[in-house]
Design a binder for this molecule. Structure first.
Ligand SMILES: [Zn+2]
Length: 345
């Protein structure tokens, strides 16, 4: 009896261990099958003395009940495991929590950011007008940011361009004019027609109309006998093609060290026919970009004869122009990666 009781204890121990390692089928075979350990222990009762039979019978039946119960629990657990949705460890946790959201995400296709799409449209227009394209740098030096553009050291107008600097004196461009000197040298001698798209940075508080990071497209055109009227016609043609409407335009005075004269290009608001709306601040006019004739010092700095050649330049914010066209009221939406916003374009 001692031997058989010890045997029952051993069966229970080995079953508890196998429970983790073996499948339900293997366990059933090993313990409850025709030659299973529990089945064999049940048969053993014939060899137990009459006096000990009730006790042994009770114990072996308890063991059998224990094994059956654990096996049925295991079947239940396996079923729960396989019916759970598979977890995607790279997905945001709420997607794993909500399978319907996950399916929704799977049906989405990626697309270009609205700013990228608008940038491409704008560059296609300038390209069709005969302009080359040269992308600006995202980190530059004081010479290209200021000195080559007729802002000598200590020039008060430097304060109008508050941007970020690295510890070793490099500058994050506050305008894509940083490329003017390079473009004049690269594409010269004139005629030169090139647009300079790129990312710009300003060290300022953000609000609905201002971001620390934005995009500009600078343009320069240099040749013999270039005049302000060429500039007005070029910018007007571009804006009418981009905004897909005829425009009333005017220029008004401004100040930039790298142009002479310096102008602000203003369009009659195409959204309210100049009667006043929120886009034009109820004035009927929208100031759209800075522009002017390239300062002779800027041409000279790039070794271009300013007696023989003249040129014009402009610079506008792509974010702002795209906002006007698409009716976006807050520039910060363009950098928030909010799918509800982005899917509208
Ligand atoms: Zn308006």
């Amino acid at each position: 009896m001692e031997y058989t009781q010890k045997n029952l204890a051993n069966i229970q121990t080995s079953f508890s261990k196998d429970l983790k390692d073996l499948s339900h089928e293997q366990l059933k075979e090993k313990y409850l099958g025709k030659k299973g350990l529990v089945t064999e222990a049940l048969k053993e009762i014939v060899n137990v003395s009459a006096k000990e039979k009730p006790m042994y019978g009770k114990e072996v039946n308890t063991l059998k009940a224990f094994v059956e119960e654990k096996l049925s629990e295991k079947v239940q657990q396996d079923r729960e495991y396989t019916s759970k949705p598979k977890i995607d460890p790279t997905a945001p946790f709420d997607i794993n929590e909500k399978p319907h959201l996950y399916n929704q995400m799977l049906s989405l296709k990626g697309s270009k950011h609205p700013l990228t799409k608008e940038m491409e449209k704008i560059l296609r227009i300038f390209s069709s007008m005969g302009f080359d394209i040269l992308e600006s740098r995202q980190i530059d030096d004081d010479y290209h940011m200021f000195q080559s553009l007729n802002f000598p050291k200590g020039h008060p107008a430097r304060d109008m361009y508050d941007t970020f600097r690295t510890e070793d004196g490099l500058v994050l461009p506050a305008h894509t004019s940083t490329m003017q000197n390079r473009a004049l040298k690269k594409f010269g001698p004139p005629p030169i027609a090139v647009v300079l798209p790129g990312r710009c940075f300003r060290n300022e508080a953000t609000d609905a109309g201002h971001e620390h990071t934005f995009h500009q497209i600078e343009g320069i055109y240099v040749d013999k006998n270039v005049s302000l009227s060429n500039m007005i016609a070029t910018i007007k043609t571009f804006l009418e093609r981009y905004l897909e409407t005829d425009l009333k335009v005017k220029i008004q005075p401004a100040y930039f060290p790298f142009t002479e004269p310096d102008c602000e290009f203003v369009i009659g608001c195409p959204f309210c026919n100049m009667t006043g709306c929120s886009t034009c601040g109820h004035s009927g006019w929208i100031e759209i970009m800075g522009c002017g004739m390239i300062h002779p010092n800027v041409l000279k700095e790039a070794a271009i004869d300013s007696q023989m050649y003249s040129g014009f330049a402009w610079g506008f914010g792509v974010d702002r122009l795209a906002m006007i066209k698409l009716g976006i009221e807050d520039i910060r939406h363009l950098r928030e990666s909010n799918l509800n916003f982005l899917q509208q374009f």
